[in-house]
Design a protein around this ligand. Structure first.
Ligand code: UDP
Length: 322
């Protein structure tokens, strides 16, 4: 298939691009390289440098390439930042998606796969979480993702394409070549590994008074290669709708730090600080729909192998892609 990937120079986008190239698909990456890295794009893919906020850029790319499918990753992702600059986030994440829909409606594209998030559910009481939970976003970032899902849903009926919403839990880990290098980094595992590499003095734990086994928040950590694989499975004709993607097991922040200690064999100092605004106590996926309908089977169900893959990448790339 000919597949256009927005944000293909980013964390999950780069791995998806790589796997699609391995499967001999023709891949076109559309990325403005503001947050992504050219080095993270598989050499077999074609790069079109453009910005989704510019309708001309994306219209030209879609009309020139006329892809069979579009995988839409490009977005600002930092939750805290979304609360400080809501208009910038909405302009990029929602405005960019509106432009993408305007561009694709004249193309032969019959499938859109959208990179969504479990954050659309907010802080649910029901654990594990399935796709029937209502949307209850508590950040501008999550609100943007929820809005994009409904824009795609409406457009898919009007313009006759299938759309798939992949709601990621906590994306982490690395392949041999591609890893996590956000600017700025806010995610737990890469931050802890920076402590192990002596690039950071200590890890700050956001609260230890939650009603959990050790008082710290619990998350479901899922390897990026497994996430990438779910996009590939979603390309199949007949697949549409929302899918939660996680391993179905929760780990507390303290447990993550323990596993990082074991994997790195380094001392990892931490300090308990105030809880972070908007953090849910526990987020664990029920991914049985992805198992049943996509045939999705995560290759990295255990946290130790996920963290080992990340550690391997960070040791070999201590400055990320720079
Ligand atoms: N966390 C933490 N210290 C940090 C970064 C994250 O204690 O420096 C916690 C955060 O409160 C959450 C978990 O680690 O409970 C995972 O956070 P991350 O930002 O990686 O992903 P999120 O769950 O927010 O998408």
């Amino acid at each position: 298939m000919k597949i256009l990937i927005t944000g293909g120079a980013g964390y999950v986008g780069s791995v998806t691009t790589h796997l699609l190239c391995n499967d001999n698909h023709e891949v076109i990456v559309f990325d403005n390289l503001e947050k992504g890295y050219e080095k993270a794009i598989d050499k077999r893919a074609k790069l079109i440098k453009g910005d989704l906020r510019n309708l001309k850029d994306i219209s030209l790319a879609v009309s020139l390439e006329n892809p069979d499918a579009i995988i839409h990753f490009a977005a600002y992702i930092e939750v805290g930042e979304s609360m400080k600059n809501p208009e910038l986030f909405t302009e990029n994440n929602v405005g960019g998606t509106v432009n993408l829909i305007k561009a694709l409606k004249k193309s032969k594209c019959k499938k859109v796969i959208f990179s969504s998030t479990c954050a659309v559910y907010g802080t649910p009481d029901t654990i594990p979480m399935n796709e029937n939970l209502p949307h209850n976003p508590i950040s501008v970032y999550a609100e943007n993702k929820s809005k994009c899902e409904s824009l795609f849903q409406d457009a898919s009926k009007t313009y006759n394409f299938e759309c798939v919403f992949l709601r990621y839990f906590n994306a982490c880990g690395a392949t041999l070549k591609y890893g996590e290098a956000h600017k700025p980094e806010t995610h737990l595992i890469p931050l802890v590994l920076q402590v192990a590499l002596n690039q950071r003095e200590k890890i700050l734990i956001y609260g230890n008074k939650y009603e959990t086994k050790d008082g710290t928040c619990i998350r479901d950590y899922i390897h990026i290669e497994d996430l990438a694989q779910a996009h590939i499975l979603s390309l199949k004709e007949g697949i549409s709708g929302a899918f939660n993607l996680g391993n179905g097991t929760g780990f507390s922040v303290l447990e993550v730090i323990e596993v990082c200690k074991k994997v790195t064999n380094r001392h990892i100092p931490f300090e308990i600080v105030e809880p972070r605004d908007g953090d849910a106590k526990i987020l664990i996926a029920d991914s049985s729909k992805a198992y049943d309908q996509l045939g999705w089977r995560p290759k990295y169900p255990d946290l130790e192998s996920i963290i080992s893959s990340a550690w391997n990448w960070h040791k070999n790339n201590p400055n990320g892609y720079d």
